[in-house]
Write a protein that binds this ligand. Structure first.
Ligand SMILES: CCCCCCCC/C=C\CCCCCCCC(N)=O
Length: 540
């Protein structure tokens, strides 16, 4: 038998037939792939057309910015406050006024503490006036007098912490999440909390307590999730900086849909107590807290604050020579569940790649093995996270099921959002992922990407196949968030970088990914892309 096979392989005619068979199989697979993506694109077009019909003439935009302070970076504002060129009170008051102005259109703030924030700003001004060396606050309190917001799911003392769930509607936080405490210690003044999806588990920020948040570039569009309120408030200049969190794209997705910067740091850097329902600081997890801001210059100082003593794990002080950077880029994940990457987002990627080719002389196109399973891999690793969704969704009052909630939904008794019920269906009815396959595929992908990036490489990866969709349209494209969640699976740092607007006036951008603990590379590239393409664009 063996001999016969050997003979077969030795025969050049047979060899030719085998390779012809292989080539035909490859061709058939490629044709099938083209067919599926075309059908998918057609489906997306039809969905989009229907939503467009429904939402036509309903677009509203946020009003113009009259106060120039709102356009500045937090770093510049903090410097001006320290130099007494402007008071903390004036800065805080300016952002509060803007929050009130945009709230009516965006429905972004879920709770505020404007009066206390102004009182705290006055105390900051007193401190600066009597201090012999206010410039020294640059080191000890780099954000002194700077207003900030955070998502509803991050605990902040005295604020509601409902997680967007009817089951927690009266729960108030007795303490700050550790990261919130860090930013307060660095001089930040919390002014408000913003909207999220129920339990942070959807790609739009809508829930039964606070309703739906609108995109400042086009109010008929989503802000993304789960830090959707943060993306919208930063883009519309209601706050200069914010603290968000990301287990499946929750920093980068809203940053992308709202045209601002957002960084998910490397694994295990930010303390997690009080972020969502977490009680421990450094459980092994895909989640990280991180900054959202409209100016790239704010990413680095804010990241330093949020990681506390873990700063020694990063090389934030190491200069980055962009000319010697190795640039890799991938154009599609290859996941047939996802929409095809749109023309405007391909163009954004090409612009970024071409710009860096001009600096480094080269950029290498890649297709990483396993990105076609992004959602399935994330789904598997979610089973290793602390807490069970079916329990958490009722605030642990009882363990619910998809079946029970579907019955409740049909009899108008459900307290849950449709998004939460979809997640229950996914948990209860779709087949579990094979652990051996998931772990091996993750490991292969990780090794492959690590080998490429080393300690001086970055990967440009699409943020998403599509720009911000119409409200509710995410139900028809639930898997597109695979483009973000794959970097939670890998636990690599990833920075969302805005690259202007498309022809519909919606933000475009890319993700910049580096190997673990090479966050400084992501941030250096983000600053370069901002200076080349303009970064955040005023939505008004
Ligand atoms: C009709 C059943 C179809 C089931 C399809 C389910 C597909 C998606 C399920 C869940 C998507 C969750 C998206 C979570 C995004 C969270 C981002 C984050 N918190 O970092």
């Amino acid at each position: 038998m063996c001999k016969a096979q050997d003979n077969k392989a030795d025969n050049p005619h047979q060899k030719q037939q085998l390779s012809l068979g292989k080539a035909l199989k490859q061709l058939a697979l490629e044709l099938l792939w083209i067919f599926i993506t075309q059908i998918h694109s057609l489906f997306d077009l039809v969905v989009d057309f229907c939503f467009k019909l429904y939402y036509q003439n309903k677009i509203r935009k946020v009003g113009p910015i009259k106060n120039k302070l709102l356009l500045e970076s937090a770093v510049d504002l903090a410097e001006k406050i320290r130099n007494k060129k402007v008071t903390a009170e004036e800065v805080v008051q300016s952002f509060i006024e803007r929050c009130k102005e945009v709230q009516e259109i965006l429905n972004v703030i879920v709770e505020d503490r404007y009066e206390q924030a102004i009182a705290e700003a006055k105390e900051v001004d007193k401190l600066i006036n009597k201090h012999p060396d206010p410039a020294s606050f640059k080191i000890t309190k780099p954000f002194l007098g700077i207003p900030f917001t955070t998502k509803e799911s991050n605990e902040a003392k005295g604020f509601l912490h409902t997680m967007g769930s009817m089951f927690r509607r009266d729960y108030r936080s007795p303490e700050d999440a550790t990261v919130i405490g860090y930013l307060k210690s660095a001089g930040g003044i919390i002014i408000a909390k913003t909207n999220i999806p129920e339990l942070n588990m959807w790609t739009e920020s809508r829930n039964n307590l606070y309703g739906q948040t609108n995109n400042p570039y086009d109010t008929t569009r989503t802000v993304g999730g789960s830090s959707g309120g943060e993306g919208a408030i930063i883009a519309s200049c209601g706050a200069p900086i914010s603290i968000a969190s990301d287990i499946g794209g929750s920093i980068r997705m809203p940053a992308f849909f709202n045209g601002v910067f957002g960084h998910k740091p490397s694994e295990g850097l930010t303390p997690m107590k009080g972020v969502g329902l977490r009680e421990n600081e450094y459980d092994i997890s895909m989640v990280e807290a991180g900054p959202i801001c409209k100016k790239a210059v704010d990413l680095d100082p804010l990241l330093r604050v949020l990681i506390g003593d873990n700063i020694s794990k990063l090389k934030l002080d190491q200069p980055v020579d962009l000319k010697t950077l190795q640039i890799f880029y991938q154009e599609e994940s290859g996941d047939i569940r996802c929409s095809k990457v749109s023309g405007s987002l391909r163009k954004a990627m090409k612009n970024a790649v071409d710009h860096f080719k001009g600096i480094t002389g080269a950029a290498t196109k890649v297709k990483l093995p396993g990105t076609e399973y992004s959602y399935r891999l994330w789904r598997y690793w979610m089973t290793k996270e602390v807490g069970e969704f079916n329990q958490n969704i009722t605030n642990k009052q009882y363990r619910t099921t998809a079946k029970a909630e579907l019955v409740n939904l049909l009899t108008f008794r459900s307290q849950l959002t449709l998004a939460a019920i979809i997640k229950l269906i996914d948990n209860d009815y779709l087949p579990k992922e094979n652990s051996e396959w998931a772990e091996k595929t993750t490991e292969n992908l990780k090794v492959e990407l690590l080998n490429k990036l080393g300690d001086n490489g970055v990967l440009f990866y699409p943020s998403s196949p599509l720009t911000a969709g119409y409200h509710y349209s995410a139900y028809f494209k639930p898997f597109n968030f695979g483009y973000w969640c794959i970097f939670n699976v890998l636990k690599f740092p990833a920075c969302q970088v805005p690259l202007g607007l498309d022809k519909n006036g919606l933000p475009v951008g890319i993700q910049v990914v580096a190997a673990p603990y090479q966050d400084h590379l992501c941030l250096a590239v983000a600053r370069e892309l901002e200076s080349a393409f303009g970064g955040w664009v005023n939505p008004s």
